[in-house]
Write a protein of this length. Structure first.
Length: 161
């Protein structure tokens, strides 16, 4: 697939092994991955590159992953971008932790569009990314609403057990 038609996927991971693994998986799946090593860089790329999906390693420096997730969901320009959270903790524990957190504005933090334990299984991971990007148009610059599709619970969504 030509680079100009690849859907952009933002990977937020500060561990090089995780970032490279996810980058290679996404390239093999026909996506155009970008890597941000921290939350600040991720916000800049999310605003300027308008990714179809953001994948966040929850364990980036300190509480960086969950903090970044809250910032994305609290920003009207970025809140509709689907987010996949990755972590070494199990889904149930993560969802309990996430429910205890608030958005920077004080609102309730919504569950992510998908949650996967690290390391993610290749077919499941690419399947979730494909479902989240299925009806999206390839971005033509910043702006526009994306991320209207949400995975079914069996697809790794927050209600799956």
């Amino acid at each position: 697939m030509p680079e100009t038609t690849r859907k952009k996927i933002l990977i937020v991971a500060d561990e090089p092994d995780t970032a490279i693994f996810l980058h290679n998986l996404l390239c093999s799946g026909g996506f155009g991955p970008m890597i941000a090593e921290n939350g600040s860089r991720a916000l800049i790329l999310a605003e300027s590159q308008n990714p179809s999906v953001v994948i966040i390693d929850m364990m980036i420096a300190g509480e960086g992953g969950i903090k970044l997730y809250g910032e994305l969901k609290d920003d009207g320009r970025l809140s509709s971008i689907p987010v996949i959270m990755l972590s070494t903790i199990d889904r149930k524990t993560f969802l309990l932790f996430q429910k205890s957190r608030k958005l920077p504005s004080g609102g309730t933090m919504p569950p992510p569009d998908a949650y996967l334990q690290k390391p993610p299984e290749t077919d499941e991971f690419l399947g979730i990314v494909r479902r989240l990007t299925h009806n999206q148009q390839v971005p033509r610059g910043a702006g526009g609403k994306q991320g209207q599709d949400r995975p079914k619970p069996a697809d790794g969504g927050p209600d799956a057990n």
